[in-house]
Ligand binder design. Sequence first.
Ligand SMILES: CC(=O)[C@@H](O)[C@H](O)COP(=O)(O)O
Ligand SMILES: NCC(=O)COP(=O)(O)O
Length: 238
Amino acid sequence: MTRLSVNINKIATLRNARGGNNPDLVSAALACERFGAQGITVHPRPDERHIRYQDVFDLKAAITTELNIEGNCTEDKFVELVLANKPAQVTLVPDASGQLTSNHGWDTEKHQAYLTSMCQVFQKEGIRVSIFVDPDPAMIEAAASTGTDRVELYTESFAAKFMQDREAAVLPYFRAAQKAREVGLGLNAGHDLDLHNLQYFNQHMPELLEVSIGHALIADALYLGLEETIKRYLYCLK
Ligand SMILES: CC(=O)[C@@H](O)[C@H](O)COP(=O)(O)O
Ligand SMILES: NCC(=O)COP(=O)(O)O
């Protein structure tokens, strides 16, 4: 069964809108766990527009499922934060600072030496590493040479094409998954997955270990409530 890690960035966005502590991020993460989420994902960005660096310490102290910290390891503060918290998993995402949201994976060929050294930095501390990549077999093959444990497939293009042609949308991901299996990498996926496209994606990706989902899930929770929403996402991952 594919595991669901709930990305709680958007809960922090709501909290930050008024400068207080409503909604409380740690309580929300604990509720996600109670409702069945198997992990919590955060993506602290340098401007702290949603997740603040202190949130990561507070979450790590409170949650009992896997913490996945996503972010750009070229920022020293991010590396320090991850090493200080020792999450179950770090996901390396090559975002520029101030970027609206993540919009591409690592070029693992060009940055192979750098990524290899970063994998060692985190793995030495017992932290599983996942590298965010586009669904390109060449990127996955080069990722394997870095020593990473997993790759996370950037699913924006699948989600964008899903409504017009689901078979064409999933095909590059299916091929990417085959390559990941061939080179011995674990497989995660995320970005713009939702209640419309998730079940189809999961059914066509037999090796998928984990999805991280935030934006759509939190939006759905406005209508359905968090408990019912998580139940529906988990159903799609059976
Ligand atoms: C890495 C990734 O795929 C992103 O979806 C990211 O975690 C979302 O970040 P924002 O919530 O800042 O858009
Ligand atoms: N890694 C992807 C993630 O954490 C959430 O992406 P999204 O569901 O907010 O698009």
